[in-house]
Write a protein that binds this ligand. Structure first.
Ligand SMILES: [Zn+2]
Length: 252
């Protein structure tokens, strides 16, 4: 599958991963206030958003990644079944630009076993990050085991950190891995989770209050009372259910 931005870029020996602590809010999906984040990237293009099957309501990169395992009517849906979908997510999340994503895809064609292993590992890290998001604040044991996962990923990714200017004049942090290009793909996600641990913001990480919704998010509201992943879906359903309950109580 070809993704947006894929084109005539040559294969380079290294790939630059764009670090991002918080994706700019997708207004069609998230109606709550967005906290300023240490790294602000340019908003996604309308085209990328419109064609994306992914949700970005987590307000933190690592939480958006956890939400690639989503639910629909109570059934789990994995948005990362193929390696190409993983690369596409990284691209839509602005972690990889089109040129680097294309280069990673070409590398994956040359090394399908390595790409498959990278996907399996990404899902393993995702499971650990979900545990951190859902139970990490209350359970030190979970924080300890996730820390091992985080350090495992950080430890195998050698590279160079840089600050680069985008075409639109804004700036971004980048990480240029050396050696195994696949090994570096999870770096920005894992660093985003490390930021949550370091800054002590696990207290603000929530799972959607809807029983059948598994999405997690950072509650950046002033009063800390965000309950829903998305007001347009789970929030509205809860509102409608409350309304029905009131009507029923009025009739009885
Ligand atoms: Zn929800």
């Amino acid at each position: 599958m070809k993704a947006e931005g894929e084109g005539g870029a040559g294969v380079s020996s290294s790939f630059i991963l764009h670090e991002r602590a918080c994706l700019p809010s997708n207004r069609s999906l998230c109606l709550t206030a967005v906290m300023p984040s240490p790294v602000i990237l340019a908003p996604l293009s309308a085209r990328a958003r419109a064609s994306s099957p992914f949700v970005f309501i987590g307000e933190r990169l690592w939480l958006d990644f956890v939400n690639t395992e989503d639910t629909c009517r109570g059934a789990r849906i994995d948005a990362l079944v193929e390696f190409d979908e993983f690369v596409r997510w990284l691209q839509v999340a602005t972690v990889l630009d089109g040129e680097r994503a294309a280069a990673i895809r070409r590398r994956a064609l040359q090394q399908p076993t390595g790409a498959s292993a990278a996907l399996v590992d990404a899902r393993r890290v995702r499971a650990a990050l979900r545990a951190l998001a859902e139970r990490g604040y209350h359970f030190p044991l979970i924080r300890g085991s996730v820390l091992s996962e985080v350090n495992r990923v950080l430890g195998r990714s050698a590279g160079t950190r840089r600050v680069e200017q985008r075409e639109d004049g804004t700036y971004m942090r980048t990480f240029v891995p050396v050696g195994d290009a696949f090994a570096g793909l999870m770096m920005p996600i894992v660093e985003s989770a490390a930021d949550a641990l370091i800054s002590g913001e696990l207290l603000r990480v929530r799972r959607c209050a809807a029983a059948r919704c598994a999405r997690v998010f950072h509650d950046g509201t002033k009063n800390g009372r965000r309950r829903w992943c998305d007001m347009a879906t789970c929030g509205n359903r809860a509102k409608a259910a409350r309304h029905r309950a009131v009507l029923k109580a009025g009739r009885s």
